[in-house]
Design a protein around this ligand. Structure first.
Ligand code: 6R9
Length: 635
């Protein structure tokens, strides 16, 4: 029996039980039957949760790019690996076959070697969503260099912090990037960052926008002439299963970003396996994940997961609102996308607009739609399900983290029955537990607790670059022996999980624990509301009271704000109870969001408290200007 593909619900439970009873056998079989190895592992897993030390496929030797590309060439050489859809819909899309991608990656890998990059060196990739970002990532992995992709929207100082933390030797960037109507000066940002980055020796520059830029003598080189001259024959580096594959920074509760380190074999096996099963991937599917490769979602489900399965994956350079609000739907139609994977924030912003934008396109090619990044509220769930999925495509709400490498809790398309706002069941291998405040495991259902995982899975990040102690403290100390996710979850009567949000988003009002997510759900159901965020602020009698920041759908409508405030509170009262009513409601034109779409509640909390002294690190904000507006309008 093969464990790689789950065919039905009964088999899901069988595989799940097998993965818990005999994790070594379970993963050993998947690894052995579905990948090519220089040497296989005998021990499979070794771990010490107290020390936060985890190894998977111990002593195996492998190269992930050989698994993404080389082994597909005989059967799928002429199959499209990547469909590149440019920012401007009038420019033609590019179809890159597995043969082409193999050749481009090999040439690039040879260029890296010629420039002195060796196994274990760190390379910072600061590129827009163009094919070269995929090629650069894979070229690093082919020669064993550790890629550190930094989202090409981070400021110079944020890039510099990340380059210095992992002492990158090289930066790969471009002369610029297109995003909607804007052209972004990436090289200028890198030039500024590199004023303070002594470890960087070389900068390779991709030509994309033809903007005029400065090239620093002895440091900067155009990439294209180098790749044109390079050979397309590049012997892959033999990697140990636990050699680092990449570093990806994620924000922590303190200012300093955490460089999460993912290693080779476990990440490979887990992303491939989760991609195949969550999205029910089949040979002729066209998969589109709208994330940026600068985030973990892009790493795992634009590149590695799909390519490991020999899939066709779409890469989109632009934004959902350019040239108009139908861009996503037009692309699905154009490339006959079968699986579409996006974030609730994108859905909510498009759901605000006229329905005709989405209704213009039949979207009949779609089989599966997915959500990731934050809890998907009920209203957005239904809009997505009804208008994009046509009520016939399973909506997989996938819960996971940069640290987890791949999806841990999600419905499996066509297998697990879905339930709005529930991520549903853990994947095989994922032993989820809920913990109470006394650090005991919660056995009952219908309760909320801290979400932990009590057994390692192959995709878990192994450490924080240069700071193993912080890794141990952050993830393995709150609940000894377990990985603590930082999220809270509710388990329903059939064992489905609903992520209730970061544990620190819980607000205790008059002794009642209130999650911000359900309150926001209730507010968002008011027809005038586009989006909202709720935080707590100190209150003499209740301990904490609730402060809501609300974005309205269209300005002009609902001029009577006092009435609207009453109606919103009535909604909350109706949905949750009078206890959850807001003491203050401030109407705002936007919310401070990170570049991956998460509301930065820390800032809202400070504003609600009236403490404007220190907002901490705001370098990851997409719209820092909104902070002043909200401050000025504080009630
Ligand atoms: C993949 C990714 C991780 C945090 C995570 C949780 C939130 C992600 C979610 C979700 C509810 C989902 N999150 N997916 N919450 N339902 N389907 O987003 O990684 O950027 O590291 O964020 O995002 O709070 O802990 P990352």
């Amino acid at each position: 029996m093969s464990y790689y593909k789950i065919e039905n619900l009964e088999q899901y439970f069988k595989h799940y039980n097998k993965s818990v009873r005999e994790p070594r056998k379970f993963w050993s079989k998947i690894a052995s039957e579905n990948f090519t190895w220089y040497q296989e592992s005998e021990k499979i897993v070794e771990f010490d949760m107290a020390e936060a030390k985890i190894k998977w496929f111990v002593d195996a030797k492998v190269n992930i790019v050989k698994n993404c590309l080389d082994r597909h060439l005989s059967k799928r050489g002429e199959k499209t690996a990547i469909i590149f859809e440019p920012n401007n819909p009038n420019d033609s899309a590019e179809h890159i076959t597995y043969n082409d991608l193999y050749s481009r990656v090999s040439k690039m890998a040879n260029v890296l070697r010629e420039q002195g990059i060796k196994k274990g060196d760190r390379v910072c990739i600061y590129l827009p969503m163009i094919p070269e970002i995929a090629v650069s990532v894979l070229a690093c992995a082919r020669i064993g260099a550790i890629h550190s992709v930094v989202f090409a929207g981070f400021s110079a100082s944020a890039v510099a912090t990340r380059i210095n933390d992992s002492e990158c030797k090289m930066v790969i960037t471009s002369d610029g990037g297109f995003r909607g109507e804007k052209t972004i000066d990436l090289k200028g940002i890198i030039d500024e960052a590199l004023l303070n980055c002594p470890s960087v020796e070389n900068v390779l520059v991709v030509k994309r926008t033809n903007s005029s830029i400065k090239m620093k003598e002895g440091r900067d080189q155009w990439l294209q002439p180098l790749t044109e001259a390079a050979s397309d024959n590049c012997i892959a580096e033999i990697m140990d299963s636990e050699d680092p594959l990449f570093i990806l920074y994620t924000s922590g509760s303190t200012g300093k970003p955490k460089g999460m380190v993912h290693t080779t074999a476990g990440y490979m096996v887990y992303t491939a396996y989760s991609f195949k099963n969550v999205f029910n991937y089949e040979e002729n599917d066209v998969f589109w994940c709208t994330a940026d490769i600068g985030w973990i979602t892009g790493h795992s489900y634009i590149l590695y997961g799909p390519l490991l399965n020999g899939a066709t994956t779409v890469m989109f350079e632009g934004v959902p609102t350019y040239p108009d609000f139908s861009r996503f739907w037009e692309i699905i139609e154009k490339h006959k996308v079968t699986q579409f994977y996006t974030a609730p924030t994108a859905i909510r912003s498009l759901a605000k607009e006229n329905l005709s934008y989405v209704q213009k396109y039949p979207l009949k090619s779609l089989k599966v739609i997915g959500s990731v990044g934050e809890p998907i509220n009920e209203e957005a769930w239904h809009w997505y399900n009804d208008h994009v999925g046509g009520k016939r495509c399973p909506l997989v709400d996938t819960w996971w983290q940069t640290e987890t490498g791949g999806i841990l809790i999600s419905a499996l398309a066509f297998i697990t029955p879905t339930k709005p706002t529930y991520a549903s069941l853990p994947l095989p291998g994922i032993q989820v537990v809920l913990m109470d405040e006394k650090r005991n495991e919660i056995e009952d259902n219908q309760v909320t607790g801290s979400l932990c995982i009590k057994f390692p899975w192959p995709g878990i990040a192994r450490t924080i670059w240069g700071d193993h102690q912080r890794y141990k403290d952050t993830y393995f100390s709150a609940f000894p022996g377990k990985y603590f996710t930082g999220d809270g979850a509710l388990r329903d009567e059939v064992g489905y999980y609903r992520i209730t949000g970061r544990v620190d988003d819980v607000i205790i009002v008059s002794g009642h624990n209130l999650g911000t997510a359900p309150i926001e759900d209730a507010i968002n159901e008011h027809p005038a509301v586009a989006e909202s965020a709720v935080v707590g602020f100190p209150h003499d009698v209740k301990g904490n009271a609730l402060y809501g920041f609300v974005i309205l759908k269209e300005s002009g409508e609902y001029r009577d704000r006092a009435n609207l405030t009453k109606e919103i509170n009535q909604h909350i009262s109706d949905h949750i109870g009078p206890i959850a009513k807001l003491d203050k409601i401030q109407f705002v034109s936007g919310l401070p969001k990170t570049r991956s779409g998460k509301i930065m509640r820390r800032i809202l909390r400070k504003i609600a408290e009236g403490d404007f002294s220190n907002f901490g690190d705001t370098s990851t904000l997409l719209n820092p200007e909104i902070v002043d507006e909200i401050k000025e309008g504080r009630l």
